[in-house]
Design a protein around this ligand. Structure first.
Ligand SMILES: NC(=O)c1ccc[n+]([C@@H]2O[C@H](COP(=O)([O-])OP(=O)(O)OC[C@H]3O[C@@H](n4cnc5c(N)ncnc54)[C@H](OP(=O)(O)O)[C@@H]3O)[C@@H](O)[C@H]2O)c1
Length: 341
């Protein structure tokens, strides 16, 4: 029995060590795969974890070697993630310094004086003294009632810089910024962003923005990495599926699944995929990508799926001056405004 435990422990350590790491602009390492923790949205608002399913998923992920967790104050998942990490620290399986924890500032707390209290609220929920990365979730500031506020995202950034100076976060970055916004930030920021989190999958390759960020020493993180290959909150999206012939041919060559090929396509582009799964078997599949790599030609073939298709498209904010994406003709109603739910 003891022998089996030692074997399992060794297996876990080996897997965690196998996960590649990318250097941030402060010299610290970010594990090149994160577990996503957003459970989705329905007519009642953000979907909550039931029966500690998320806590258990994080416990399992740590056993499998995941060390990077992505959350946000708006996901309402910080408590269970923190609970799982603390359980694993208490049992001696990991140290806090082994874990890379990312959370995000929500849009309704964009004034400089709101940022520190917002991060402190997140830390209280997580039960942690610091996070490893604090991201501005969107460049878009909103008032409490979700009407548009005119807070400049550079004012918000000063608040993130304050939080970093106080040691509440080791690094700061942004999410859902476009190239023009990132350029401005690089020109005006005292602390340069360490990371940019954006939607990337075969149907939205984001080559120019990724190149621009990486040329400026910013690590790129990819959300919704599986794109149309998986069903999204119960819906099938148009686009390549798991049995796509191009992806299947590459997967067969490496004896991997097409989902693993897509994650590896990101890692080979030096991008950190954020893959969400609550299921042990799928988590194991998603982390098993660090023993092969794709050729330039295979990367190019996957890039050819690009159709600039976004699954996160909050067109209800498109009249905001800092809306980062192209506008569409018929924006949807804002699901955050209670009267629209
Ligand atoms: N910054 C932002 O604005 C932003 C926006 C969206 C998302 N994010 C972050 O990025 C994370 C990932 O994005 P996402 O949740 O949209 O999408 P995703 O990771 O591309 O896909 C998640 C879906 O794929 C399923 N799945 C995962 N692994 C699978 C496998 N091996 N086989 C079959 N199905 C599998 C999951 O189901 P099960 O859980 O049932 O396994 C889930 O339904 C989020 O959780 C969040 O942390 C950030």
């Amino acid at each position: 029995m003891l022998g089996a435990c030692v074997f399992v422990a060794l297996l876990v350590i080996t897997t965690a060590e196998k996960v590649a790491k990318f250097k941030l602009n402060d010299g610290r390492d970010m594990p090149a795969l994160a577990l996503g923790t957003y459970l989705g949205f329905n007519q009642n608002g953000v979907i909550k974890s039931e029966n500690k399913q998320l806590r258990d998923a994080v416990l399992n992920a740590i056993d499998l070697g995941y060390r990077h967790f992505d959350t946000a104050s708006i996901y309402d998942t910080e408590e269970e993630i923190g609970e799982a990490i603390k359980m694993k620290i208490d049992s001696g399986d990991v140290k806090r310094s082994d874990i890379f924890l990312t959370t995000k500032l929500w849009n309704t707390r964009h004034r400089r004086d709101q940022v520190l209290p917002a991060l402190k609220d997140s830390l209280t929920k997580l039960g942690m003294d610091y996070v490893d990365l604090y991201l501005m979730h969107w460049p878009i500031g909103l008032n409490e009632d979700y009407s548009h506020s005119d807070v400049d995202f550079m004012e918000t950034w000063r608040g993130l810089e304050d939080a970093m100076k106080q040691g509440l976060t080791k690094a700061i970055g942004v999410s859902n910024f476009n190239e023009e916004q990132l350029k401005r930030m690089l020109e005006e920021a005292t602390v340069k962003p360490a990371a940019l989190q954006i939607e990337i999958h075969p149907q939205i390759v984001q080559k120019d923005l990724v190149d621009f960020a990486q040329e400026n020493g910013i690590v790129v993180m990819a959300y919704s990495p599986f794109g149309s290959l998986v069903s999204r909150f119960g819906m099938q999206m148009p686009g390549p599926k798991m049995d796509d012939p191009v992806l299947t041919e590459i997967a067969n060559k490496y004896k991997k699944t097409t989902l693993q090929v897509v994650l590896r396509w990101l890692v080979d582009r030096k991008i950190v995929p954020i893959a969400k799964s609550l299921h042990a078997k799928r988590q194991a599949e998603n982390i098993n990508i660090f023993d092969f790599s794709l050729s330039e030609d295979e990367i190019r073939k996957i890039n050819e799926f690009d159709s600039h298709t976004r699954f996160t498209l909050p067109s209800f904010w498109q009249t905001h001056p800092y809306y980062p994406f192209d506008k569409i003709d018929t924006p949807i109603a804002d699901p955050f405004v209670k009267s629209n739910m």
